[in-house]
Design a protein around this ligand. Structure first.
Ligand SMILES: [Fe+2]
Length: 327
């Protein structure tokens, strides 16, 4: 493999009102605002030393422009271009956009139809991990993962593991031993990306890492006191899968953000993927409480790299089940 993907590094998505988003993400959740314009808002977590991990663009409708992975060296972007060209993927180079701190990027479409970006260079900014006076809300530290609904999980897992060098940390299997969902990583945590069986491709959520569960609990109090109680969708709770302590919130446009901590190290070469039976309810909520229907049914469209129009979702390969069975 002529490239080394380091980690998930940013998501670029639409919001309809930047001021509403600023209040939600900065004042309630505790992101740091790196920069903004009339058209966009660049946000990062407290420990992040790069320009942003979430770029919100002003638009009339929600939609996800791309999910971005950091690559070890700039020349590896050329290797990725050759690779994706050989797979007949859409391949588009983007010139450096210094206004948002970006060097050149390579945009492709993965086999599920997800617009994926690779880059090496992003402007460095101050790391605020010890600026405790800036800690607010959930004290968001860094981007952790994305979770996508895709129509063919097995094909997505095969591509990301065999072709891009990802490793599986945990997965859910059906009675027929078909892979229903899988958690894949490049950095040595449970995941950078998860794929779930469902109508897609659609972005289910973006996960951000917190340093401790009390930050998550405190965020619930802050959200409630600011009038955002209805934006709390699911949790707090503990996933069996990944052992994550979680809270799912919806931003003012319905984009879903997971506040997340409690997972574990996956660096060892002899780490064996953990299998969960699809009939084991502990995998989705270890404590047993149910998730709301919205969590299973609602996700955000990806936008086509070339046309900017929503990517048409396809029906899932494996038959859908009662919502309780989706992880
Ligand atoms: Fe997640």
């Amino acid at each position: 493999m002529d490239f080394n993907i380091v980690r998930i590094a940013r998501v670029v998505m639409n919001v309809t009102d930047l001021n509403a988003s600023r209040d939600f993400y900065v004042n309630a959740l505790g992101f740091i605002e790196t920069a903004s314009s009339e058209d966009w808002l660049a946000l990062r977590g407290l420990e992040e030393h790069c320009h942003h991990s979430l770029l919100l663009k002003k638009a009339e409708k929600p939609g996800v422009h791309k999910v971005s992975y950091k690559v070890w060296e700039d020349n590896q972007l050329n290797a990725l271009e050759s690779f994706f060209t050989s797979k007949n993927s859409k391949v588009i180079w983007k010139e450096p956009d210094r206004s948002v701190g970006m060097g050149r990027t390579l945009c492709v479409e993965d086999p599920s139809g997800i617009p994926v970006e690779f880059f090496t260079e992003m402007e460095g900014v101050e790391r605020c991990i010890q600026k405790y006076d800036l800690y607010r809300g959930a004290r968001v530290q860094r981007i952790d993962h994305i979770n996508c609904m895709v129509p063919d999980v097995e094909a997505a897992v095969s591509f990301y593991t065999n072709e891009l060098g990802f490793r599986v940390s945990e997965y859910t299997a059906t009675e027929e031993n078909r892979t229903w969902a899988a958690w894949l990583h490049r950095k040595p945590t449970v995941h950078d990306v998860a794929f779930m069986n469902g109508e897609g491709p659609r972005l289910h959520h973006v996960g951000f890492w917190l340093s401790d569960p009390m930050s998550l609990i405190h965020c619930c109090d802050v959200m409630a006191s600011m009038g955002y109680a209805d934006n709390i969708e699911r949790g707090p709770g503990r996933h069996g899968l990944s052992n994550a302590f979680f809270l799912y919130v919806r931003d003012p446009d319905g984009n879903r953000i997971e506040l997340y901590n409690g997972d574990y190290l996956t660096s060892d070469p002899d780490f064996k993927p953990i299998k969960w039976d699809i009939n084991d309810p502990r995998r989705q909520t270890f404590w047993g409480h149910k998730a709301p229907d919205s969590w299973f049914n609602e996700a955000i469209s990806f936008l086509d790299l070339e046309t900017g129009k929503p990517v048409e979702p396809k029906k899932p390969t494996l038959a859908q089940r009662k919502p309780d069975f989706v992880t």
